[in-house]
Design a protein around this ligand. Structure first.
Ligand SMILES: Nc1ncnc2c1ncn2[C@@H]1O[C@H](COP(=O)(O)OP(=O)(O)O)[C@@H](O)[C@H]1O
Ligand SMILES: [Mg+2]
Length: 249
């Protein structure tokens, strides 16, 4: 199978804490990989490590045939790695349009402001924010800011797109809309790695699932197989079920 991304023995420590431990992972072109696991498992750290934000202490990361283990975030972005942030932080005073145009200019520095804005308009239309293009980002709702994050990530023309909890905090209609956007992106040929807690979304969208627990993958495979794996139920799904029961019951 061809590979777009391969991690071999990747580890990352934060002072005393081993956030990632000997992670081996490969992603093939066209996959929609679901990355799941309990809070604190290391999911966001894994994305940050691949994108160069918190570089690996050991191990290697190959992207599209190139060693990117020591690559800076802007270099990773220019190579086609793009991501949304779990905590959305747009430039509050900038319009939605200019937030997206800034992302386009960041990843393609030679581009003119005019063409960056034209591209930004298309990305905003794709995520359904054309009517909000000229509004300051600070005035958008959470659901809109999540979609703005997606438009910013797309403006970087990714080959591989990481989505970090794009559905967190959204209502069910908003989740459905976001899920449809993810389907469309996958159909357009962008390879996707998504961190997601909503199992309904994971099972609807993902072609494969990796479960991270204490910084290490404990399962990797077809969605239905992975979610019935006893170790996964024990480490994660049982806990999710217990939380849901506590909330509703
Ligand atoms: N920049 C950082 N500095 C120190 N500790 C961190 C940092 N980023 C993450 N951690 C710690 O690493 C662990 C994994 O965190 P994270 O990757 O955010 O988990 P997840 O996204 O799976 O919930 C947590 O214990 C978290 O507190
Ligand atoms: Mg996280």
């Amino acid at each position: 199978m061809p590979e777009l991304l391969r991690l071999t023995g990747v580890s990352r420590r934060f002072s005393g804490l081993q956030a990632l431990r000997d992670v081996n992972l490969s992603v093939a072109p066209g996959e929609v990989l679901g990355l799941i696991g309990p809070n604190g498992a290391g999911k966001t750290t894994l994305v940050n490590t691949i994108c160069g934000v918190t570089p690996a202490n050991s191990g290697t990361i190959l992207f599209d045939g190139t060693d990117i283990t020591r690559t800076k975030p802007y270099q990773a972005a220019r190579r086609g790695l793009s991501r949304t942030f779990q905590i959305v932080q747009p430039f509050a005073e900038f319009s939605a349009l200019d937030n997206v145009a800034a992302a386009a200019l960041f990843s393609q520095p030679g581009e003119s402001l005019k063409s960056a804005r034209e591209a930004a308009r298309e990305h905003l239309a794709f995520v359904g924010l054309d009517a909000q293009a000229d509004q300051p980002a600070a005035t958008l709702t959470l659901a809109m800011r999540k979609r703005l994050e997606l438009a910013k990530a797309l403006a970087m023309q990714p080959k591989l797109l990481f989505l970090d909890e794009v559905n967190a905090g959204l209502n069910s209609a908003e989740v459905e809309r976001a899920t449809e956007l993810i389907h469309q992106l996958a159909r357009s040929g962008i390879t996707i790695v998504m961190i997601e807690h909503l199992m309904k979304v994971v099972l609807n969208v993902c072609t494969r699932i990796v479960v991270l627990h204490n910084g290490h993958p404990i399962a990797d495979g077809a969605p239905r197989e992975v979610i019935s794996n006893p170790a996964v139920v024990e480490a994660y799904l049982g806990q999710q079920y217990a939380q849901r029961t506590a909330r509703h019951g």
